[in-house]
Design a protein around this ligand. Sequence first.
Ligand code: URA
Length: 293
Amino acid sequence: MTARRAARARGISMEPEHEPLISPREALRELSKRLREGWGLEYVKRSAPHAPSTASASASSAPRRSEPAVAPRAPAPLPPAPDAPLPEREKALQGIAREIQSCRACRLCEKRKQAVPGEGPADARVAFVGEGPGYDEDRSGRPFVGAAGQLLTAIIERGMGLERSSVWIGNTVKCRPPGNRNPEPDEIQACEPFLRRQLDIVRPAVIVTLGRFATQLLTGRSEGILGLRGKVYQVPASWEVAGTPVVPTVHPSFLLRSPEYKPQCWEDIKLAMKTIGLESRRDGPPRGEGSPT
Ligand code: URA
């Protein structure tokens, strides 16, 4: 008789009592998620390596791929009050931009030419949040200036009838992932405080998330973008701008590759406009240069 059968005959279960163990990294991610969603707390790993800040720091102290990229940060300055004068809010956004430009909280700082903090007025009613800078953005320091950016500009200006300069545009991660790879969860986590603080200053009436990463971050959901788009969500309770309507849509880069999704994108844009009482000026999506028609 095998040990298992003998044990069963004596009424002893040899089945494991607990769920299979998960890796420390998964456990850390789950813990961070529960702290954030359940308690509104940010997990900060105290023993995470400091990025080298002096020429004498050795290369081995740089964040490595196997380690969480969350490095301790100096406490953020208090944000201006929501009703603070506009110049004060603009100044606070500029301060965050300077922090982003010198940030070394994750490995993405190592290969960037420059960080891309985001741009737009501190009192914009509409905010767009993308994934992360690409080649052109890394070189220019501005969000959405490449091919996908031209399409986004066409959506804003010819589709929505707004000036691009009247909306706020930012990203989930502020530094270009090498080769335009997807951002890693720990990179998104390291960058999240910047987006939180930026949105807390702008306090947009609606946030349009472009693609999966921004959408998952700003809705707290885990489905893919095609499953999430088409509806209005709310920023999760743990964020400073909790409850702000979020309208997810496909990323403009995806739209460039798959223009057959243009009608869905246009539906989402109209939904975002309706959410804040803006009239859409057109019956259809923008056509012509920069559009995927
Ligand atoms: N794609 C993004 O997600 N963001 C940019 O800024 C540019 C391209």
